[in-house]
Design a protein. Sequence first.
Length: 285
Amino acid sequence: MFKKILVPVSSEFYSKDVLKRCIFLADTFKSTVHLIYIIEEKTLYQASRRSDAHRTHYDRTETEHDIMDKQMQAADDIVFEDAKMLFEQKKIPFDHKVIKGEFSVVVSSELEKEQYDIIVMGYERGCMINYRLLDNVDVPIWIETGGHHTSILAVCSNLAPNQKVPDLSRRLAQALDWDLHMLYVTDIEDTVEVDVNGERSERKPKRDLLFTGQTFVEDMSQKGIDARAVQGSLERETIKAAQSLEAGLVIIGREQKKRGKFGLPVRKLKQKMADRCKYSILFVK
C-alpha cells in the first residue's frame, strides 16, 4: 500500500514521533523511506533583515552561512542521527538529504522528481511553516501527532465522493490490525452533494442529504463496519467523534466545503482541521 514514503522535516519543527510512525509504517508495508531536512529560507531572510543595516553585504552573507552551517549540523547531529539509529534497528532502507527552500515548494519539487505513495510529516500549530501543500498535492498526507491508540475514524460526508476513504480505511485497518469506525457527517452548513468527480451540486433539502447519509451507513453496516451518521459542522463533528473514540488516526477525503457558519466562505479546510484536531490525520485525495 505504502511502498515508498517521503518524510519532510522543517528546520522550524522536528518531532521524533514522525520518525517512529514512519518506521511503523515502513516495517508494516516493507517500504523504503526518503528523508529530507528543509532549511527554511525565510529563517535566513529574517536573520539578514535583523542584521545591522550598516553591515556590509559580506558580513550579512557570513551571517547567512553561519546559520546554514548550524542548521546542517542540527540535521546531522539530531534528525539524521535519530533516523539512523531507529531505522537500522528495523533494517529499513532509507536515504536522506538537506535542501534549502520553502517547505511546501521543496516537497512539491520532490514529488515531481519521484513517485511516492504517502507523505508522513509533523504539524506545528501557529508556526511560520507554510502548509499549503495540504491542498496542492495528490499524494496522501499523514500528519503524525504522536498518539498510541489503535483505532481509525474514517470520515465521509455529503461534501466528498466517499470512494477512496471507505476502501483505503478498510485496507489500512486490516493491514495495521486496528479497529475501524466510520462516521458520515451531513454538513448542515453547506447543503450540497459532491459527486465522484469532485463536483458540487446545487443546494439540496436537508432531508435528501440525511437520506443519503443513512443509506451510506446501512451499506457500511452490511459490510460489517461500525458506522453511524450525524449532522452538523464537518469540522466540529469530526473532532468530537475523534475525541470520543480517542482515535489513533482520522482519515479524511476530498471534502469540498465552501460555506461555513452564517454562510461565510471556508478556506484552507485541511489546515483548519490539522490546527484543531489533536489526533493524527491522514488526508486522502
